[in-house]
Design a protein. Structure first.
Length: 287
């Protein structure tokens, strides 16, 4: 399969944070780029990303560029998978799961995202929901991918906080019916609704206001889904993953200077990465 067929998939690999911004955040923790100093004195950086190709978030500041240059390793949520089978259902097709009207919506949205029909019909429903809930893609180069390319050009060590199995397994663990509920909720949304909500989230992100991001996503995504499913998603996508992610940041940052790029939704709040790093003895300050 040609890479160009996956412009939507490249964006979707890191799209879960748009679907899972935190409900709660600490007002004092406002900002996207943070200096984190280990008890050993090692100085590293933590950057909250937005998993989008929008040009408004891809004009990186000199401080961010310098932080990346000063680091020994670049760490992102997960590395692009070697095996693209992780994108697809192995035991079903959407033709067997959706109505004809729903399938036609899938075909139209696949075309909008430069995705072939046969690819869309085999893709995991939760992943399609992530892709289709974003505005029309402008390029395959999300903020995360651009940072990855910068790190490679600087010959930095490249690491992932989660393995492919861990990263995709979070939403793979949801039942097929739950995944279809996510997809059907997105299919009901108009392009105008998607663009409006994306712009609201983008503006909150650009201001570094994680509290507003959380409130917006609770309203947007929480309003789309059954309350029990939304609660389960928040716990699995944020709270449970933050335990694992924080531990792996600490393991690396205790040993070397790292630049960590992780969805901004993971930063703030009582269960957020900033709080977990402080509890581990790190000095944390916004840049």
């Amino acid at each position: 399969m040609h890479t160009a067929s996956f412009s939507g998939l490249v964006r979707s690999l890191f799209a879960a944070a748009l679907f899972s911004f935190m409900l709660s955040a600490q007002a004092a923790d406002k900002g996207l780029l943070w200096k984190i100093e280990a008890p050993s004195g090692k100085q590293s950086y933590l950057f909250g990303t937005m998993h989008s190709d929008d040009a408004r978030i891809n004009d990186f500041s000199p401080k961010l560029e310098q932080a990346l240059a000063d680091s020994d390793a670049f760490i992102m949520e997960t590395l692009p998978p070697d095996d693209i089978s992780v994108y697809f259902m192995q035991d079903a097709r959407l033709q067997d799961l959706l109505s004809e009207d729903e399938l036609e919506q899938v075909r139209q949205l696949a075309d909008l995202n430069a995705m072939r029909d046969d690819i869309a019909m085999h893709m995991k429903p939760w992943l399609l929901a992530m892709v289709f809930d974003l505005p029309k893609p402008q390029s395959p180069f999300t903020q995360d991918v651009q940072l990855l390319d910068k790190a490679r050009n600087l010959n930095k060590q490249i690491l992932g906080l989660e393995s492919t199995a861990e990263h995709f397994g979070t939403l793979d663990s949801f039942s097929r019916e739950d995944q279809l509920t996510m997809l059907r909720a997105v299919l009901k949304r108009t392009p105008e609704e998607k663009q409006r909500d994306f712009d609201l989230l983008l503006n909150a992100y650009l201001s570094g206001d994680t509290a507003s991001i959380g409130a917006l996503d609770d309203k947007i995504t929480g309003g789309m889904l059954p309350a029990s499913l939304w609660q389960k998603m928040r716990v699995k996508l944020i709270d449970e993953r933050n335990v694992r992610i924080a531990q792996r940041i600490i393991e690396q940052a205790d040993q070397q200077a790292v630049f960590v790029a992780v969805g901004a939704s993971h930063l703030a709040g009582d269960n957020g990465l900033l709080a977990k790093l402080r509890n581990a003895g790190y000095q944390v300050s916004a840049l």
